[in-house]
Design a protein around this ligand. Structure first.
Ligand SMILES: Nc1ncnc2c1ncn2[C@@H]1O[C@H](COP(=O)(O)OP(=O)(O)OP(=O)(O)O)[C@@H](O)[C@H]1O
Ligand SMILES: [Mg+2]
Length: 222
């Protein structure tokens, strides 16, 4: 599903990632752990085609992204990858269902079809009774569930989540974690989730550790 092959990334002549490699089998739920500044978000951005490595390659679903033009990369990203962020990144003026439907709007899907798909996804994340609420009218956990529904509405193969429970209290964080686990099982979507929380990491199939821009060697699992 995902192969990161000896990726190096420099910022201001500092190697933030150094020959970082990892591979994920289809359907794996993996945690990415490491101390602050170790390069976790940088790695996620490279995998999510939001940025390019200085050397090395990322292969997603058998396709090497190094050779993609930026337009192709954007299309590839829209088709295959969903993002979930620590701070939700919802649009405050849109309702829950409109937020979830936004990626479909960008794909040119008509309003009725967008709404049907958004409502189905909100139902999956347990928010059928909040479809018309705006983000400020929702709790943190509910906002993150809207963001997860938005990430999934395009039926991506890979979800990249950067500390999705980081802004939530531990009970709400665990609920969001349970939801991701359930979606991983039911939909077969591969998930790579950055977390600082060892308890969260333990609930994943695999834990990938990054230290000073290097992925630590580990046993293949699952
Ligand atoms: N755009 C940038 N320009 C310059 N340096 C950057 C940039 N983005 C990240 N860095 C640096 O790269 C290193 C890794 O950053 P990154 O955001 O990947 O860490 P992280 O593991 O996600 O940390 P955290 O757990 O705090 O989110 C840090 O030293 C950071 O200062
Ligand atoms: Mg980070």
């Amino acid at each position: 599903m995902l192969i990161v092959n000896s990726v190096t990334k420099y910022y201001d002549q500092n190697a933030v990632l150094q020959n970082a490699s990892l591979s994920l089998l289809d359907g794996t739920f993996a945690a990415l752990v490491g101390s602050s500044g170790s390069g976790k978000s940088t790695l996620l951005n490279l995998i999510g085609l939001l940025d390019r490595p200085d050397s090395g390659d990322v292969v997603i679903d058998g396709r090497s992204v190094a050779v993609l033009s930026s337009i192709e990369a954007a299309r590839f990203r829209n088709e295959l990858i969903g993002f979930v962020f620590q701070s939700f990144h919802l649009l405050s003026r849109l309702t829950a269902w409109e937020n979830v439907a936004l990626p479909l709007f960008h794909r040119g899907v008509g309003r009725a079809e967008r709404r049907t798909a958004a409502l189905a996804m909100l139902d999956r994340v347990g928010l059928s009774d909040r479809i018309g609420h705006r983000p400020e009218q929702l709790s943190g956990g509910q906002r993150q569930r809207v963001a997860i529904a938005r990430a999934l509405v395009t039926e991506p193969r890979l979800i990249l989540a950067d500390e999705p429970t980081g802004n939530l209290d531990s009970a709400t964080g665990l609920q969001v974690m349970d939801l991701l686990r359930q979606l991983n099982r039911d939909l077969g979507v591969t998930i790579l989730m950055v977390t600082h929380d060892r308890d969260m990491a333990r609930l994943c199939d695999r834990v990938i550790e990054i230290r000073d821009g290097r992925v630590l060697p580990q046993e293949e699992q699952g």
